[in-house]
Every structure is written in structure tokens, then in C-alpha cells.
Ligand binder design. Structure first.
Ligand code: PLP
Length: 447
């Protein structure tokens, strides 16, 4: 029963945290973001514990990674068992069983009733890099263009960063990027780039891409792929309208363009389906997976139609990609998600949470929009509902207050609170966390 969470024993940051924080600023480069002075010591389930013994309800899951919670016994067992056998032998040049078994499982759970193949790397950015090379390679370089979305986040390596368009600081000073990449507006209905309303807009956003980009600007027969997050993550947990991805897929088919689905943040059950694109009932050509796939161990997976995954021997690989311990961990994650009904838990708790947040939206002028699927939920804060001016400072203050009260949660986009707890979280714990978000919100708006 929920009696003692969260548990703040020393006002954070406590003395031990402060000591480590001072060392952080001496030794680590300041490019890392620090939302608040949290210094983690350990975690269990949907709880993280700081070095001073404070216990927080975790709505971050290590940025949508620890989907089966912290220190799940089956995850630990799988990691230990593999670590006792061997830790590394590079899938680039050699073979081991966990990599093949995992590929078979990934193929089973990904959408698309066709033959597929899997490529391994270490991170989301690398899974995206691979998908870019696979797409260009499939067309033997004859279709160099790649289309990405404004507001998207695909990672920070040069290829992935060329697609990313989330915040200028991520790209400032780093130009030039990979050539032949163009960005189109994302269907952000709450702030429609065309100032239209759904559904009376009749999906003008799709018409626009066809008419203004593909018929006037970019030669469509030189475009190899559109790269898309079905639900935009870093950009603000934005959910496109019901038919959007179906229509994009149709547009791709019209011009022979591949659809690359970035499921790095939304995949592996977070939205209540294995992959978020399944909410639109379509099968992409290539899927990039990372974050939640291996329970916190580094792993990137790129999976696609067999005929598209056609790079020749030696064309792409990575020393650490598909590390055997990460593969063993990923197999444990898939089994836990299945055996513990975590897709269902994500859907069920997601619906309850969105209902509760919608009630709060009625009550508070500062909540402009609530959106999400499963346990990928965004609460966009605004100065007032009419102006919709993003309440950036207020969002940061709410998040900081939550931390002080024992809930760890961060923002996305300009002023959206992002709720992405481990999928094993209980209803009691999640509702307690929402109580604390409401309390923090009330304190900020009544200040
Ligand atoms: N794609 C999406 C949708 C992401 O959210 C992220 C990270 O937040 C990435 C790619 C990059 O992943 P990584 O940080 O593992 O390189």
C-alpha cells in the first residue's frame, strides 16, 4: 500500500548531493542539462532514491528508458547471467546467440507482416544514423534527400542532428550539417503552423507537403525517406490527428519514399502498444529503437523490410553495437513487458491520468493542453488559454517544486510537463504524483 512515498528526509539537495554537485561542476562539461539538483544513489520499481536517502516517485524513467522500472529482478538476473559468460565480442565481426534471439523477438513485435532484418548499435542517435545510411544505400545514392520535421529530436551525432530541429542551441555553432536534409512543419494541432483548426482543416498539413515541398521545391524522386516521430517527444509530447500518419504513408507510397519511424522515445510499450505508429495502424519501412529497449543498458536497434536492409558486407557496423549483455537485457525487457501485461497497464493508467489531467485543465487557466497516449503524456502550460503564450518559467517552477516534494518529472518542448514513468508504476503511485503536480501548479499560479 502507498503510505510512505514520496519520502523526503533531508530537503534536497542534501549534504551528500551538494558535495557531488560541486565536483560535477569541476569535472564534467557544462553542456549537460540539469533540471534540478538530483543525485541518484539507487532505484527500485518506480522509485528513485538520492544519495541523502530521499525517495522520489519517478515520472522520468531516466528519460523514457527504464520502462520495467529500476532493478527489476528478471533484468538483473539476465544481466548477471550474461556477464558471467562473456561481456563483449563485437557483432561487427563475430556472432553470438543473444543477438540473434533478440533480433527474432524484435521482428515479432514490430509492425509489418513482412520479412525484416535487424541492425544493432548503441543509442538512439546511432539507430537513426543507421536508418539514414540504409535508406540512402537502398537507392544506391540516387535519392539523397531526407525529409524531417520541425520540432523533432533524433539525436546529437552529426547525421541525427542534421534531422533534429528541436532547439537552436542543439545546432548552434555546428553548421554545416549533412546535406540534402529538409524540414517540414509537424502537425502540432494546438499550435497549428497554418493557424487552422482540426478537423475543419481537412489535413491541409498533408496537402502543403505535397503541393509546396514535393511539387515545387524538393524533387520527390530524389527523396529516399521521411523520418518521423509518430508522437513528437522532446518537441513537446505532441500527438498528430487521427489520420495523419495514414495520409503520410500514402504520400510516401505515391512518390516511392520510405517512411522511417523514430520510436526511440515512444517505442517498446510506452504508449500502450509496442510501437506508437501502431495507433495509426500502419507499417513503416524502417524503425529506429533505443531508450526503453534494454532496461537502461545502451542499445540501438534499426529494423526494416528485408529488401531495404540491403547494405553490403562491411558498409556499416559498430564495435559495441548489440553488446551481448544489452541483448540479454533487452530479451528480459520484452518478456517482462509481455508477462506483466505492461502494454495494458500503460494504456489503462494513461487513460486515467489523461482524464484526471483534463479535469485539472478545466480548473486551471495555466493548463492549455493535455495530450498523449499510454504513459507518454504532455501537459502544456500557458500564460492563459486565450493567448496560449507558453508559460516557460511556470513550467520550470512546477518541475522544481515537484522535485522538492518528492516527484521527479521534467519538461519537453517550450512549456510542457512530460509524464513518462516506468510502465510498471501502480495507479496509487501515479495518482499520488499527479496530486503533487497539482499542488505544485497551484502554488506557482497563486504566488
Ligand atoms: N530519437 C528520439 C525520438 C529521441 O527522443 C532521442 C533522445 O531523446 C533520440 C532519438 C536520441 O537518442 P540517444 O540520446 O540515445 O542518442
Amino acid at each position: 500500500m502507498l503510505t510512505h512515498y514520496p519520502k523526503i528526509v533531508v530537503e534536497p539537495p542534501g549534504p551528500k548531493a551538494l558535495k557531488i554537485i560541486s565536483e560535477d561542476s569541476n569535472f564534467l562539461m557544462q553542456s549537460f542539462i540539469r533540471w534540478y539538483p538530483l543525485v541518484i544513489e539507487k532505484g527500485y520499481g518506480a522509485i528513485v532514491v538520492d544519495v541523502d536517502g530521499n525517495e522520489y516517485i519517478d515520472l522520468n524513467a531516466g528519460i523514457a528508458v527504464c520502462s520495467i522500472g529500476h532493478c527489476h529482478p528478471r533484468l538483473i538476473e539476465a544481466i548477471e547471467k550474461q556477464a558471467r559468460k562473456f561481456q563483449h565480442y563485437s557483432i561487427t565481426d563475430f556472432l553470438y546467440e543473444p543477438a540473434v534471439t533478440l533480433a527474432r523477438e524484435i521482428i515479432k513485435i514490430t509492425p509489418g507482416n513482412y520479412s525484416k532484418k535487424v541492425f544493432y548499435s548503441n543509442s538512439g542517435a546511432e539507430a537513426i544514423e543507421a536508418s539514414m545510411k540504409i535508406a540512402r544505400g537502398y537507392f544506391k545514392g540516387l535519392r539523397p534527400y531526407i525529409i524531417s520535421y520541425i520540432g523533432s529530436f533524433h539525436g546529437r551525432t552529426f547525421g541525427a542532428l542534421s534531422l533534429t530541429s528541436s532547439k537552436p542551441i542543439q545546432k548552434k555553432w555546428f553548421y554545416p550539417f549533412v546535406p540534402c536534409i529538409e524540414h517540414i512543419p509537424y502537425p502540432y494541432c494546438y499550435r497549428c503552423p497554418w493557424r487552422q483548426e482540426y478537423p475543419s482543416c481537412n489535413y491541409y498539413c498533408i496537402e502543403f507537403i505535397d503541393e509546396y515541398y514535393l511539387q515545387k521545391y524538393i524533387p520527390p524522386d530524389e527523396v529516399c525517406a521521411i523520418v518521423a516521430e509518430p508522437i513528437q517527444g522532446e518537441g513537446g509530447y505532441i500527438v498528430p490527428p487521427p489520420d495523419y500518419w495514414i495520409r503520410i504513408k500514402r504520400l510516401c507510397e505515391k512518390y516511392g519514399i520510405l517512411l522511417i519511424d523514430d520510436e526511440v522515445q515512444a517505442g517498446m510499450g510506452r504508449t500502450g502498444k509496442w510501437f506508437s505508429i501502431e495507433h495509426w495502424n500502419i507499417s513503416p519501412d524502417i524503425i529506429a529503437i533505443a531508450k526503453g529497449v534494454a532496461g537502461g543498458l545502451p542499445l540501438g536497434v534499426t529494423v526494416g523490410r528485408e529488401e531495404i536492409m540491403s547494405l553490403p558486407r562491411g558498409a556499416h557496423a559498430s564495435t559495441f553495437g548489440g553488446n551481448p549483455i544489452s541483448c540479454a537485457a533487452a530479451l528480459a525487457v520484452i518478456n517482462v513487458v509481455r508477462d506483466e501485461g505492461l502494454l495494458e497497464n500503460s494504456l489503462r493508467l494513461g487513460e486515467k491520468t489523461i482524464k484526471r489531467l483534463n479535469e485539472l485543465m478545466e480548473k486551471y487557466e495555466v493548463i492549455g493542453d493535455v495530450r498523449g497516449k499510454g504513459l507518454m503524456i504532455g501537459v502544456e502550460l500557458v500564460k492563459n488559454k486565450r493567448s496560449k503564450e507558453p508559460a516557460v518559467k511556470e513550467m520550470e517552477e512546477v518541475v522544481l517544486k515537484c522535485f522538492k516534494k518528492g516527484v521527479v518529472v521534467i519538461g519537453a518542448g517550450k512549456s510542457t510537463i512530460r509524464i513518462a514513468p516506468p510502465l510498471i508504476i501502480t495507479e496509487e503511485l501515479l495518482m499520488k504524483a499527479i496530486d503533487i503536480i497539482e499542488e505544485s501548479l497551484r502554488e506557482v499560479v497563486n504566488r
